[in-house]
Design a protein around this ligand. Structure first.
Ligand code: UT7
Length: 316
């Protein structure tokens, strides 16, 4: 599998750390020191569907393919206004595609999971050209009364078109059942049989320090194993595209692996944590800035609720 086009779309509203001090007791100093985040983009009059469509169209345009030539749309999305149909089904008709579509909901690591699924569809000959999509609005699953979580997130979407050929060298995906460290519970429609107190509506709950620890430990370990399995060394890798959650997490993984800072590009300072969209937005930015050349070795690695990790290696 190889990537033949990328695209992304971000909301126009730029929210600075200082703007957040209007809502709760926080400061630019605290946010920058603990997370590296300076600004984030938050949706106002856009919808997530708008962003997803724009990202998909940009990736298609860059690939030179027409939407009708796609064999599948695989999408990573945690939440949007619709429980069903899938976000990818809604995007499909708007961009003029006619292929089957599927969404996966695997939190921030989701983009690596759709990449890995795409590789399997292509390897088995079931599909030749696939649109990988990710669109996330995490600013709508955290509480805007909680400074611990809402300072971290931003919204965004990104896409990549992949086709057969190229070298997708390997992947490692893991799930550790540790659902208490990161979750959001949503109340469903009540039934006449519901027992009071059973269904809870609750914004995101996060044990930040524990998520931080698991992220650094597990991603570092998985990337090291992926390198061992494929026979490559740290210095062979042009870029490690890590989930953009916190600059300190990225630095922690960089230090564990013993890589150079320039191998770990970041967007977290500009966009905050855009959940599973973060790695794909970063990929698109590097491609558009001509910082990635054909055959450059890339490692992508993300982590998220579950607790899940997903890491993969490919030649661009
Ligand atoms: O995609 C995955 C999603 N989640 C993550 O990636 C989160 C991973 N974890 C983290 O990024 C970090 O744990 C945080 C950024 C969430 C927190 O940083 P920390 O260094 O672990 O801080 P802490 O939770 O230990 O809190 C330190 C202090 C606390 O005050 P006390 O108890 O020491 O008096 C917090 O109440 O900072 C306080 N605090 C804040 N202060 C100002 C927490 N949030 C804020 C805030 N502004 N926004």
């Amino acid at each position: 599998m190889k990537i033949i086009g990328t695209g992304s779309a971000l909301p126009k509203k730029v929210v600075t750390n200082d703007m957040l001090t209007e809502f709760y007791d926080t400061s630019d100093e605290w946010i920058q020191a603990r997370t590296g985040i300076v600004t984030r983009r938050i949706m106002t009059d856009e919808s997530l569907l708008d962003l997803a469509i724009t990202a998909a169209q940009r990736a298609l345009e860059a690939s030179g393919l027409k939407a009708e030539e796609l064999d599948y749309i695989l999408c990573s999305n945690v939440n949007n206004n619709y429980v069903f149909p899938s976000l990818s089904s809604m995007v499909q008709g708007k961009i003029g595609a006619t292929c089957p579509c599927m969404d996966i909901r695997n939190a921030c690591a989701g983009f690596v999971y759709v990449m890995d699924l795409a590789d399997m569809y292509i390897k088995t000959g079931r599909a030749k050209r696939i649109l990988l999509l990710t669109a996330e609005e995490p600013t709508r699953f955290c509480s805007w009364k909680q400074r611990e979580t809402s300072v971290l997130f931003g919204d965004g979407a990104a896409a990549a078109v992949v086709e057969e050929g190229g070298e997708y060298l390997g992947a490692r995906v893991t799930t550790i059942c540790n659902t208490e460290v990161l979750y959001q519970r949503r109340r469903l429609e009540p039934t006449p049989f519901e027992v009071e107190g059973v269904y809870i509506d609750q914004p995101m709950v996060m044990q930040g320090r524990e998520v931080f620890r698991m992220a650094v430990t597990n991603c570092s370990k998985e990337i090291s194993t992926l390198l061992e399995d494929t026979g490559y060394k740290i210095e062979d890798v042009k870029f490690f595209l890590l989930h953009q959650a916190n600059m300190r997490i990225i630095k922690g993984i960089e230090q564990y692996l013993g890589g150079k800072p320039e191998q770990f590009p970041t967007t977290v300072q500009k966009y905050g944590n855009t959940s599973s969209a973060s790695m794909a937005i970063l990929l698109d930015e590097l491609v558009r800035e001509n910082r990635i050349e054909r055959d450059d070795l890339l490692v992508m690695s993300g982590f998220g609720a579950g607790f899940t990790t997903g890491s993969c290696m490919l030649k661009y």
